[in-house]
Design a protein around this ligand. Structure first.
Ligand SMILES: Nc1ncnc2c1ncn2[C@@H]1O[C@H](COP(=O)(O)OP(=O)(O)O)[C@@H](O)[C@H]1O
Ligand SMILES: [Mg+2]
Length: 286
C-alpha cells in the first residue's frame, strides 16, 4: 500500500456549491498518486448527473466506490475509462499518471481492464475468449496456455472446468463462471487500472470469496476501483473508500478516506446515514 502524504488535509465542512465536502486529499506526492479527478461534472443534456470537486487516488490499492442506486457510480467508472455514453457530456479532468508518464503512445483505454455487473463473454470457446487480451503479445501456444491457466486458477475456474477447458464454449458456463472468465480476461490484459462494477452481484458466496481474493491480490500492484453495494465487501477488500451521496437531483462525491476511517467514523452525516441504513445499525444514529 502506498504511503500517505504526510501533509494530507481534510476538506471537511468546506462548503462547495452549497454541499459539504469530506474528501480527504491524500496522495499529494506524485509518486503515490495514480489518478487525479478535478472539477468533474457529468451532464445528460443540461441535467447534472454527477459532480466530483477533487479527489486523488493511489497508484496501487483497492478503492471502494459506494452510494445509493442512481447516484452515478457506474457513470464515474465510465468517465474514468473514457467510455461514457454518447449522449452524456462532461467538463473537468481525469488525469491518470500511468498514462501521462512513459506509456503515452498507448491508447488510454488499453490501460484499463473492466469487469461490469453483467458478464461479457464472446460466443466462442474459452480459449478464443482468453486469446483476445493476449493477441498482441508475441508468445507461442504453450506460453499462452500457461498464462491463461494462471488467470483461470486465480479466478477459481481452472479446477471447475477440468481437462480440455480450452474447447468449452464460454456461453455454456454458468453466469457466475462467465463473470469469472471476464475477470480472467482482465487479468491477462496488461492493464494498470482495474475497474469493477458490482462484479460479484451474480456470484455465490464461495465464488465471491475467490473474486475478492483476486481483487486484493491485484491491489498489491495495481489501482483497483470497486463499485459495490456490499459494505462488508468494501470493508474486506478495500484500502480506501469513496462515498457518492445523492444531493437533490444528482450524485456528489461527498467523502473519501481510508476505509477503516469511513466505517468507524464517517465524517459526513450522509455517509453515516447510508452505513446505518445498509447495516441496520439504527440505534447508533444518535
Ligand atoms: N446515458 C445516460 N443518459 C441519461 N441519463 C443517464 C445515462 N447514464 C446514466 N444516467 C443517469 O445517471 C444517473 C446515475 O446512473 P448510474 O451511474 O448508472 O448510477 P449507479 O451506478 O450509481 O446506480 C441515473 O439517474 C441514470 O439514470
Ligand atoms: Mg451502477
Amino acid at each position: 500500500m502506498p504511503a500517505l502524504a504526510s501533509s494530507s488535509r481534510t476538506n471537511s465542512a468546506v462548503e462547495q456549491g452549497g454541499h459539504p465536502q469530506h474528501v480527504q486529499l491524500l496522495f499529494d506526492d506524485p509518486i503515490c498518486c495514480g489518478m487525479t479527478i478535478k472539477n468533474l461534472n457529468i451532464y445528460a443534456k443540461k441535467k447534472t448527473i454527477l459532480s466530483v470537486s477533487e479527489v486523488r487516488l493511489p497508484r496501487t490499492g483497492v478503492v471502494a466506490v459506494m452510494g445509493p442506486s442512481g447516484s452515478g457510480k457506474s457513470t464515474l467508472l465510465k468517465a474514468i475509462a473514457k467510455l461514457m455514453d454518447d449522449n452524456l457530456s462532461h467538463e473537468g479532468s481525469v488525469d491518470i499518471n500511468v498514462i501521462n508518464g512513459s506509456n503515452k503512445t498507448q491508447s488510454a483505454r488499453s490501460h484499463f481492464a473492466m469487469v461490469w455487473q453483467k458478464p461479457t463473454v464472446f460466443p466462442c470457446s474459452i480459449w478464443d475468449n482468453l486469446k483476445i487480451p493476449l493477441r498482441k503479445r508475441k508468445l507461442d501456444r504453450k506460453q499462452w496456455c500457461a498464462l491463461m491457466e494462471r488467470a483461470l486458477e486465480k479466478t477459481g475456474l481452472l479446477g471447475e472446468l477440468g481437462e480440455q477447458w480450452w474447447k468449452q464454449r464460454a456461453q455454456r458456463l454458468s453466469g457466475g463462471q462467465q463473470q469469472r472468465l471476464s475477470i480472467a480476461m482482465g487479468l491477462l490484459k496488461d492493464a494498470n487500472i482495474f475497474l469493477f462494477d458490482e462484479p460479484t452481484s451474480a456470484l455465490d458466496p464461495m465464488s465471491t470469496e475467490k473474486v475478492e481474493q483476486v481483487m486484493c491480490d491485484l491491489g498489491e500492484t495495481k489501482l483497483v476501483l470497486l463499485v459495490t453495494h456490499s459494505l462488508g465487501q468494501a470493508r474486506r477488500v478495500s484500502d480506501y473508500s469513496a462515498m457518492i451521496h445523492n444531493d437533490g437531483e444528482y450524485g456528489v462525491l461527498g467523502e473519501f478516506s481510508r476505509t477503516d476511517d469511513l466505517f468507524t467514523r464517517p465524517a459526513s452525516a450522509k455517509s453515516r446515514e447510508f452505513i446505518m441504513r445498509e447495516t441496520g445499525w439504527r440505534q447508533a444514529k444518535n
